[in-house]
Structure formats: C-alpha cells, structure tokens
Write a protein that binds this ligand. Structure first.
Ligand code: CTP
Ligand code: MG
Length: 237
C-alpha cells in the first residue's frame, strides 16, 4: 500500500492568542509543527508528507530554510479558508501534481497535535484492511459526565448517555479517492466539516474508531502548551 500524510497547518490560532500561529510556537526545544512532523518523517511505510500552508507564511519559510532542510521531501500545498479547504487543497496536490492514485491511503494529522506516539500511528495503520472503503480515526472514549443544556441557556436539560461517545483525534485515515470526493461533495453542499470523518459520514460511510492515547492533544489554548511540554518531556508518564 502507498500511504501519504497530509498536515493542515494554515490556521491562525485565534484561540491561542499568541504572537504567531500556534503551530510555530516553541515547545520542548523545537516548534509544535516539527513535533507533529517528526512522527512521520523517515517512517518506512509512508511515501511522503504534504503540508497545507498559508501563502507567504514567513514562519514556514524559516523552518524549511533551517531545521527542516535536508529532512527529505516535504511538499506544500496552499492553505484554504477552513481546515477542510486546506485538506482538500493538499489532496488535490497529491492527485494533480504528484499523480498519486485514488487507491492510495492518506493520513490527515493536525499540525497542532505534537504528542502523537508511534504506537498509535501503528495501530491506525494496522486497521487498513478492516476499513477499506470507510476510513478510520484515532479517538478516545469520553470520560466526564456529559450535560445537554437547554437551548440558548446554561440550565441543564439532561445528562447525555456517555456510553458510545468518543473524542475524535488525528490522524484520520482514508483512501485518497474516497476522502477527496467526500470532502469536495460535503463542502459543495454546505455541510459543517470539522474533521475528515465528518466528511466521510456525510457521504454515508461509517469510519472505524481506533482507540488512541489521550495525550495526543490538540494545542488550542495556552494551557495546552504546558500539558504538551509535560507529555513530551516525560514520554512514559
Ligand atoms: N487549519 C488549516 N487551515 C485552516 C484552519 C485550520 O490548515 N483554514 C489547521 C490548523 O493549522 C491546525 C488544524 O487545522 O493544525 C486544527 O485547527 P484548529 O485547532 O482550529 O487551528 P486554528 O484554526 O489555527 O485555531 P483557531 O480555531 O483557534 O483559530
Ligand atoms: Mg480553527
């Protein structure tokens, strides 16, 4: 099997309120996105990486000129308005520029997720035969009790059944052709698409949940950076 990696990295990180997009913030000796890339570069089963980058992004230019240079081919595609647009641009690049065929697999992983562990990546790659047409994603079961609020209110309407509820993580995996068609169709139809699985679901598919490690957090708010630093420093914690 041919497996490619797509890293959406064209967000501005508004919720992080930092002086630059969060994927370029320093974390345990390098930038967040370098940690995210490190899980994939040099992996023997992966064909390569396409990173979706905002046009003219000075931080990416600096990285490629310094620490990423000589690390093998990391391709770039233009970022889009939403995360799904960035991913679709990268898939288009795989098809149009790199001539990757529709039956190749694609792993999509957030640039803002620096703590992916090799074991989780391997567990996801291992389910390819079980999810040939539907895709799969890393996820963790919800632990807290879940409350549904009354519409437009902070009053509790009820407690939701937590059984069978999962937090969706990345990487999310699907066949290139399946995912590209699903994303393009869902976006054209105005669906709310926040991850690859939601596009596949929109197409009527049922992606496979693969239980991952809860330390694979997305850097979203300032406190997440401290947590990620801890996880990376104490890998076995
Ligand atoms: N992303 C992207 N293109 C966009 C928006 C987001 O490639 N138009 C990427 C981000 O760079 C990030 C991932 O998608 O790696 C997850 O998105 P999110 O956590 O929402 O990042 P931001 O959009 O940058 O953050 P915020 O929503 O707080 O502005
Ligand atoms: Mg966002």
């Amino acid at each position: 099997d041919v497996v490619w990696v797509v890293i959406p990295a064209a967000g501005v990180g508004a919720r992080m309120q930092a002086d630059r997009p969060k994927q370029y913030l320093p974390l345990a000796g390098r930038s967040v996105i370098e940690h995210a890339l490190a899980c994939f570069t040099g992996h023997p089963s992966l064909a390569g990486v396409v990173v979706a980058i905002t046009d003219g992004d000075p931080y990416w230019a600096e990285l490629t000129a310094t620490s990423l240079s000589g690390q093998g081919a990391v391709h770039t595609a233009p970022g889009g308005r939403e995360r799904a647009d960035s991913v679709l641009n990268a898939l288009d690049y795989l098809v149009d520029t790199l001539q990757v065929t529709a039956d190749a697999w694609v792993l999509v992983h957030d640039a803002a997720r620096p703590c992916l562990q090799r074991a989780d990546l391997e567990r996801l790659l291992a389910v390819r035969e079980q999810c040939v047409d539907a895709g799969a994603l890393l996820a963790v079961p919800v632990r807290d009790t879940m409350k549904r609020a009354q519409p437009h209110s902070l009053r509790v309407a009820r407690t939701e059944d937590r059984d069978g509820l999962w937090h969706a993580l990345t990487p999310q995996m699907a066949r290139l052709g399946v995912l590209r068609t699903a994303l393009a169709t869902a976006l054209a139809q105005g669906a709310t698409i926040t991850d690859e699985a939601s596009a596949l679901e929109w197409a009527g598919l049922q992606p496979l949940l693969v239980e991952g490690d809860a330390r694979n957090i997305k850097i979203t708010r300032p406190a997440d950076l401290a947590l990620a630093e801890f996880f990376l420093t104490f890998r076995s914690a």
